[in-house]
Design a protein around this ligand. Structure first.
Ligand SMILES: [Zn+2]
Length: 327
């Protein structure tokens, strides 16, 4: 069986040693939870939580705690977040946990993007959920100070209306990194890589709240690990390519000619962010030249077969755009 954490082949069932170590400090936690999904559970396991947890959109997230070798829902001191199948009008939502898990694993295993330890896990009724370790909780239970880019830019629903999360460009997020992060030459490259990743893997919901900064132990700020990465096209076929525009002032001639972003736009974007051209080209090339590895990982994933195919087609389509040069 493939490990439901990293897809590597492992002896027996459940998580491999490496995933157990990363996720649970080596405790042998089962990949099947000893209770049902919120849709089928008859006990009052979730009841105390539904009043306290925040509900964002259609995705309910449960804070979880490790108790000996068992993960249990908890009202306080959550070390993990559990995301069961969301409900709502979008397509293929039963595949959302596998989609998010695959996208996070591709980011990490193939594109050097820092992500928190994560895995697929199953309820007793076999329904899947996405499990991720929180990165804002210190070992002693206290929290790191963290702010998303909407907070940093001080834009809210009151100041910018209902769509405020979508009211900035990626260029402006880059400006916030330069302003607030002293080590910004390193962090700005991470940011560029992540924006490009979101484009190539059709994550159309990477808005200002899906990027955050966190305060380190020595008191400076860095970007947090990436979170909420998934191919949103599987669920929302008509969604735009990116949640935010790359540039604050309009579109390039190449964009106007093609109707979508190509290599030219990402070269411009890297330049606008102040990254050296050799570095930008190197990162773009990583995305252009990782097809075999990416397709292999999609195949090993736990997505339904027809969605593996769609995921792959969407990815190849974006890579072909990234191969388009201009002038
Ligand atoms: Zn593993």
């Amino acid at each position: 069986m493939n490990c439901p954490g990293c897809y590597r082949e492992s002896k027996g069932t459940g998580y491999c040693k490496r995933c157990l170590k990363e996720l649970f400090n080596g405790k042998r936690v089962n990949h099947v939870l000893p209770f049902n999904s919120p849709y089928n559970e008859e006990s009052d396991l979730y009841l105390d939580l539904t009043k306290k947890i925040s509900i964002s959109g259609v995705q309910i997230k449960y804070p979880m705690k490790l108790y000996d070798r068992d993960l249990i829902p908890t009202a306080t001191g959550g070390q993990y977040i559990l995301k069961p199948i969301p409900s709502g009008p979008l397509r293929n939502l039963d595949q959302a946990p596998a989609n998010e898990h695959l996208t996070m694993q591709i980011a990490r295993q193939l594109f050097k993007i820092a992500v928190p330890p994560n895995a697929l896990i199953y309820f007793s009724d076999q329904s899947p959920a996405y499990l991720v370790k929180r990165f804002d909780v210190k070992p002693d239970g206290s929290k790191y100070q963290q702010e998303d880019f909407a907070q940093i830019a001080q834009i809210t629903e009151e100041t910018h209306g209902k769509n405020y999360k979508y009211d900035l460009s990626y260029e402006e997020l880059g400006e916030l990194i330069k302003k607030h992060i002293s080590m910004y030459p390193i962090e700005i490259e991470k940011f560029f890589r992540l924006v490009l990743f979101n484009y190539i893997f059709s994550n159309g919901d990477a808005h200002a709240k899906n990027f955050s900064m966190i305060r380190t132990d020595i008191g400076d700020y860095v970007l947090t690990p990436a979170y909420d990465l998934l191919c949103t096209r599987l669920h929302s076929p008509s969604e735009s390519d990116m949640a935010l525009a790359l540039f604050k002032d309009g579109f390039s001639d190449a964009y106007n000619a093609h109707g979508f972003y190509t290599q030219h736009d990402f070269l411009l974007f890297g330049n606008t962010l102040g990254i050296k051209k050799e570095r930008v080209t190197k990162i773009i090339d990583e995305f252009r030249k990782n097809e075999a590895g990416t397709i292999a990982l999609i195949k090993r994933s736990l997505l339904r077969d027809d969605l593996k195919e769609l995921y792959k087609q969407l990815y190849l389509d974006k890579v072909s755009r990234l191969n388009l040069k201009w002038g």
